[in-house]
Design a protein around this ligand. Structure first.
Ligand code: ADP
Ligand code: ADP
Length: 227
């Protein structure tokens, strides 16, 4: 089943002489549960693409359909709600809210939508993430690996169809990197969540089902790994 469909997606930053075409007519589809690595040189448009898949920014032209919903036909309010329910985002530097505890950071997306957090689901996730002893700590009291696990928890809490990660291990040592990738793979497999990861790390890319290489705002190659 097709979970994500990208149609003729382009993004231009700025205007006139200083305009930068960051993404140039990119199209591809991703099936439910697929794990896709996105690689390519710095400045090639990877983060721009991920932001557009996540509904964080708007394209200059083209469409992104998530589970058949055309995201950029939604208004700002609808898009914000859609994004919180359907898309989990993970960043290199975690982007946790420093004045909120681990538990508050993780449950915020659900509370913002006016829902209650199911204790059982939360407990299961917290234990899988190994954060039982850290729920009432603030982000700056945690190691980098722990902060990234909190951000995975926050991304997972509304059980989104798609997880998007931008260099999730870029700030971690190899032991913590492996833990984070193992967790992302675990949720990708067990929850059949579509997983798209930007990475510079070839060891991570080779664990994906498919590797898309972006160069100069275009897809330079798109290969199934045979994992
Ligand atoms: P990557 O993630 O592959 O390093 P980016 O998507 O961050 O690439 O950037 C692609 C191109 O778009 C680069 O030339 C970058 O300088 C430019 N760019 C990215 N974000 C902005 C922005 N907010 N304003 C202007 N130019 C940008
Ligand atoms: P790692 O080697 O995994 O990066 P650290 O050496 O940063 O971990 O931290 C080791 C342990 O100490 C972790 O369990 C972390 O939660 C705890 N810790 C680190 N910094 C603080 C702090 N400022 N306050 C309380 N606990 C901390």
């Amino acid at each position: 089943m097709e979970m994500l469909k990208v149609e003729n997606l382009s993004k231009v930053y700025g205007k006139g002489d200083t305009a930068v075409k960051a993404l140039d007519d990119v199209s591809f589809s991703v099936t439910k549960g697929q794990f896709v690595a996105i690689i390519g040189p710095s400045g090639s448009g990877k983060s721009t693409l991920l932001h557009l898949l996540g509904g964080v920014d708007r394209p200059s032209s083209g469409n992104v359909l998530v589970d058949q919903t055309n995201m950029y036909e939604l208004d700002e309010t609808q898009l914000a709600i859609f994004r919180r329910r359907q898309i989990g985002l993970i960043y290199q530097f975690y982007n946790l809210i420093p004045i909120l505890t681990v538990e508050e950071n993780m449950t915020l997306p659900i509370l913002l939508d006016g829902h209650k957090v199911e204790a059982e689901r939360l407990n299961e996730m917290v234990s899988r993430l190994g954060l039982e002893q850290r729920l009432h700590h603030l982000p700056n009291q945690l190691s980098g690996g722990q902060q990234q696990r909190v951000s995975i928890g926050r991304a997972l809490v509304s059980n989104p169809a798609i997880m998007l990660a931008d260099e999730p291990t870029g700030n971690l040592d190899s032991k913590n990197s492996k833990e984070i990738i193992d967790l992302l793979k675990y949720f990708n497999r067990s929850l059949k969540q579509t997983l798209i990861v930007i990475t510079h790390d070839e060891r991570i890319a080779l664990q994906a089902d498919r590797i898309i290489t972006i160069e100069d705002g275009k897809i330079a190659s798109d290969e199934v790994t045979g994992r």
